[in-house]
Design a protein around this ligand. Structure first.
Ligand code: GLC
Length: 606
């Protein structure tokens, strides 16, 4: 049972909170032309006050604890694990039984992919939500979710929940009522009357799934028009120009935060606002919406973190951290991730160096979610501002099964470069005939080593810790065969995972390497390493040199992205005596020898 916070100590009114002014300003910016905005603000204030009254005691005391640790999010060691619940542990109850496994891996945050009630049949992996206030019945109940958050809290872990805020399933009650003719709910969606209007908008839009879901609109006879469907036809984009939509989704966030959820992954944030004549991505209002949600949660549930899912060009991602007002606390570092794969294909770290430097433009309160792979395709097009088209094309072709890779190309809009599907193990060449398996293994370890050395939160994609490979069986399932991303969404193989206790196996090697990296990032904290990753110049094109120098001790990561051993002189300021934190070996001030795909984390001695 969830105990409600002691009202004597809880703030009485949201308007007394310093973040209210920010919230009010953002709401006015978004809906100020709506007459009267005061009525909207009053309703929103009631909603926040109610959220405050209903804040559970355990959550409220964690709120207070976190407020006493400013900057806690910027510390190293917030390892996140992302997975599909059904494929990892069958259901939520089973997930609790797997927490020892995750804790042994050094995981602090669980990020299950969408687990709220989705439509039946093809649900885009749960990204077509039919009810934001219920758990998918096949996975459990809201009580199971509360039990999970409690189990996590008792272990010092947290739950980062996916909230698919850009769209609903066409089976969601709002859509059902819209189809039944209720005007109030019809206005929750974008519905166009005429094909000419569709054509005019389409002229500027870029399809996300051009092969399996061409176009961004779907004619719906019951709606009597064309519904905006950026993704699949069963995923109806919400109309955030309607304040009622903003209000409802804020209610969802508060409701879920009060179930003990400690963070939200806000799905598809670039698409939240539409503007005719643009590509309807990353509009200023999309940033303002997350800033408003941030302010509201700072009032009601301050410990809850927000993660922007914006797989766009870095320059469009950065504003999701907020401007004068804080926005998301975290954002996927997709530019760096993609550039690292490119560097591995070419044995040249040049572009990765540039992107890492550009990513340092994040504000102090914003942190990167650093990753190697996730459940989606690797989107080369999002790197177009940093890499010439021929590089993107070469990498795309390389990972489509050429060279050491066992990946596969994914659909892309005309004029774009095909994305890549495949598990990390497959992309680095594990299990591929003719590919040196020691080098393949070293590539996997190197990529994970690099993302742990950067500033931010490292993310492990389910199965990578045991080098799980591609899953071709998805083509047998009619609900999944059309979407190539299922290639890298295998069922967790617990028999293989069991091999991690036998130290002769690759599973033991990779699992202990990742667990070791989690421990080492916490050690960086203890040593006083802090601050942004900055690119440093070194003479070897294959070597990525990254410093962090805003804490007590300077840190230098050297990563060799080539299969040849290299010697590299360290840049000035990072060339003194110290220790390689990864091996605990002392380092003098001589050039460093890096093994093929070798990695060093130098920290200056005190
Ligand atoms: C996000 C998800 C992706 C999904 C899409 C539509 O990009 O990561 O898996 O298909 O949103 O919800």
């Amino acid at each position: 049972m969830i105990e409600i916070a002691d009202q004597k100590t809880a703030p009485k009114r949201c308007m007394d909170h310093p973040a209210w002014a920010v919230f009010e300003q953002k709401v006015s910016e978004l809906y100020g032309t709506e007459n009267p905005v005061d009525a909207l603000l009053n309703r929103l204030a009631d909603q926040l006050d109610q959220g405050l009254r209903q804040r559970p005691k355990a959550a409220a005391s964690l709120d207070a604890a976190r407020q006493g640790q400013p900057g806690w999010q910027s510390a190293s060691g917030h390892t996140v694990y992302t997975f599909y619940v059904d494929r990892f542990s069958t259901d939520l109850a089973g997930l609790i039984d797997r927490l020892d496994y995750l804790q042994a891996l050094g995981v602090r945050w669980l990020h299950p992919l969408p687990l709220l009630k989705s439509r039946q049949g093809d649900s885009d992996g749960g990204f077509a939500v039919a009810d934001f206030r219920q758990v998918e019945p096949a996975l459990g109940t809201m009580a199971d979710l509360a039990a999970l958050t409690q189990a996590l809290q008792s272990r010092g872990m947290g739950l980062l929940l996916d909230v698919v805020c850009n769209h609903t399933a066409m089976e969601h009650d709002w859509a059902v009522r819209a189809r039944a003719g209720e005007q109030h709910y019809r206005e929750f969606y974008h519905v166009l009357d005429a094909p000419e209007q569709v054509d005019a908008l389409e002229a500027n839009l870029v399809d996300v799934f051009p092969a399996t879901a061409p176009g961004s609109f779907t004619f719906d006879a019951e709606m009597g028009g064309y519904v905006w469907t950026t993704f699949y036809p069963f995923q109806w984009d919400l109309n955030y120009a309607n304040p009622a939509v903003f209000e409802e989704m804020l209610g969802v966030l508060i409701f879920l935060a009060n179930q003990g959820v400690e963070g939200f992954r806000l799905d598809s944030t670039p698409f939240l606002w539409k503007r005719e004549g643009t590509n309807c991505r990353s509009q200023p209002e999309a940033y303002a919406i997350v800033e408003a949600w941030r302010a509201a949660l700072t009032i009601v549930a301050p410990r809850v973190v927000l993660l922007a899912e914006a797989i766009e060009s870095l320059d469009d991602v950065l504003p999701f951290f907020g401007d004068a007002a804080p926005g998301c606390d975290l954002a996927y570092n997709n530019g760096v991730m993609t550039a690292l794969w490119g560097a591995l294909a070419d044995s040249d770290a040049g572009i990765a160096r540039t992107v890492i430097e550009a990513a340092a433009a994040r504000p102090d309160h914003g942190n990167w979610l650093n990753y190697v792979r996730c459940h989606d395709d690797l989107i080369w097009n999002a790197l177009a501002a940093y890499a010439p088209p021929e590089d993107l094309q070469r990498w795309s072709s390389f990972y489509d099964g050429a060279g050491f890779s066992r990946g596969r190309a994914f659909q892309t809009a005309a004029g774009g470069v095909p994305s890549t599907n495949g598990m990390t193990a497959a992309l680095v060449g594990l299990g591929k005939a003719g590919v040196d398996q020691d080098l393949a293994r070293a590539r996997l370890k190197l990529l994970y080593g690099i993302i742990h050395g950067l500033d931010g939160w490292p993310l492990i994609y389910m199965g990578d810790e045991i080098a799980l490979g591609n899953d071709d069986a998805y083509t047998d399932d009619p609900d999944r065969r059309g979407d190539g991303r299922w290639l890298h969404r295998p069922d967790m193989d617990w028999a293989t995972a069991g091999l991690r206790v036998d130290e002769r196996t690759i599973e033991a090697d990779i699992f202990s390497t990742l667990a070791g990296l989690a421990a080492k990032t916490r050690r960086l904290n203890d040593l006083g390493v802090a601050g942004r990753a900055r690119s440093e110049d070194v003479s070897e094109p294959a070597v990525l040199a990254v410093s962090r120098n805003e804490g007590k001790r300077p840190f230098l990561m050297l990563a060799n992205l080539s299969p040849e051993a290299v010697f590299v002189a360290r840049p000035a300021g990072f060339d003194g005596v110290g220790t390689d934190v990864l091996t605990d070996l002392a380092m003098d001030n001589e050039p460093v020898e890096l093994k093929p795909y070798g990695l060093v984390w130098w920290v200056a001695d005190a």
